[in-house]
Design a protein. Structure first.
Length: 428
């Protein structure tokens, strides 16, 4: 079957080389039982590719099921995929078959595979390698013959480096990777898709299809479409219903295009971004806390050494003073901060913290027992406490809206819900 026939059968619009290559790969792999990993941004149509692979395979007369791993709660996903026995957990009033058991002989499409919990990933790896699984609450090993097609909008290789996804499962899933191009990477297909959508909506709503002049077409093609084909379809429907015009120019079209989001987050000046930079604000805070704790530990060690051997004080203080002066000097740091206090030794067992000469503050005398007391006191830098504070701050900022708060924190809404339970945080 040629590519154009496949496009007509499954309603695929476009002739870009990247799209044709992805379709050609799907056609070639459909005749095998190899595991396929479909990679692409949200809204590019990854599920259509899984349907193509199943429809052209020898399993086409057997069941096909699509499962969104990100939409199933972490506590029930094992039961959904592999089934459970009666009484295996609260609410299990009867035995139940899982998807891998009911779809045996067919194909299962695991969308958003990157959201799958690590424990479930281990179970899935066993199914892929041996075709065996065990129901929740059972000890009986069962067999299944299921072809797995997975999809993700994340970079799973980066997830494996962070410990969020099993490396062995990643390489097992990506036997044949298929990358579906984003809409902005096949701009030549945007006018064709828009025309197809407005014609479909005109038939549905009994109206005349909307057309674009040349300037409006250029504006439409230049828009990045972060929501990909799904966003373009919604835009076409909105224009078909609300435009009230048969021919749209660029000015009229611009009213329907959302404003492009500007990145207003602060950045560090005079610093080039390096590969492997922190993915979100929380990781930046973690590094800051670790660095602070390291500095405090080094200072404590230095104080203890001076207390135990006062003769080391002049050398240690000269080195410390020189380092801090370089760090805080206005010519080096670009600010008006003054050098910190210099520690000087007056006599054994008694140390004085003096400000620089231009500062009018009087010296503060601390005794050994005072310094020892401060050595023992340490600010809490517990990561869990800081994470809880960030979650509460995000919820307050977004007035208790979990979806917005999770997006601001850089985590999924399901992960946020689990953290709320873990830290016993009530809705704000």
């Amino acid at each position: 079957m040629d590519l154009q026939s496949i496009k007509n059968r499954f309603g695929i619009i476009g002739n870009s080389p990247a799209l044709n290559f992805a379709l050609d790969t799907a056609v070639q792999v459909s005749a095998t039982d190899l595991t396929v990993l479909i990679v692409g941004e949200s809204g590019v149509g990854k599920e259509v590719f899984s349907q193509i692979i199943h429809a052209l395979s020898s399993r086409k007369h057997n069941p096909f099921i699509a499962v969104n791993c990100g939409a199933i709660p972490e506590g029930t996903i094992d039961s959904e995929l592999f089934g459970h026995e009666k009484g295996s957990f609260t609410g299990a009033v009867d035995s139940r078959k899982g998807y891998f058991e009911t779809v045996s002989g067919g194909t299962i499409f695991l969308d958003e595979i990157g959201e799958m919990p690590l424990g479930t990933q281990a179970r899935l790896l066993r199914v892929l390698e041996t075709g065996e699984f065990i129901r929740v609450g059972s000890s009986k090993v069962q067999k299944t013959d299921v072809r797995v097609i997975a999809a993700t909008n994340r970079e799973l290789l980066e997830f494996t480096e962070k410990g969020k996804f099993r490396q062995d499962l990643y390489y097992r899933l990506s036997t044949v990777p298929i990358r579906v191009p984003a809409l902005r990477d096949r701009k030549e297909d945007i006018p064709l898709l828009f025309r197809k959508f407005v014609v479909d909506f005109a038939e549905r709503y009994k109206t005349i299809p909307v057309q674009l002049d040349e300037e409006a077409k250029n504006l439409l093609v230049s828009y990045p479409f972060p929501g990909n084909v799904r966003e373009l379809k919604n835009l076409a429907e909105q224009i078909s219903v609300l435009s009230g015009q048969q021919l749209l120019n660029a000015v009229n079209l611009r009213r329907f295009l959302p404003e492009r989001n500007q990145n207003r987050m602060p950045v560090l000046a005079h610093q080039q971004p390096a590969q492997g930079d922190f993915a979100n604000e929380r990781e930046i805070l973690y590094k800051l806390f670790f660095d602070m704790k390291k500095d405090v530990t080094e200072l404590k060690k230095m104080f203890v050494e001076i207390l135990q051997n006062p003769s080391l004080a002049p050398h240690a203080m000269d080195f410390t003073n020189e380092s801090l002066m370089k760090e805080y000097h206005p010519l080096n740091s670009g600010n008006e901060l003054q050098p910190p206090a210099i520690i000087q030794q007056n006599m054994p067992g008694q140390h004085t913290f003096n400000q620089p000469v231009q500062n009018s503050l009087q010296p503060v005398v601390l005794h050994n027992e005072d310094i020892q007391h401060h050595v023992e006191v340490e600010e809490s830098l517990n990561i869990m406490d800081k994470e809880k504070e960030l979650i509460i701050k995000a919820l307050k900022k977004h007035k208790g809206k979990r979806k917005d708060a999770s997006s601001d924190l850089g985590i999924s809404e399901r992960t946020l819900y689990r953290k709320l339970k873990e830290y016993d945080i009530e809705d704000l």
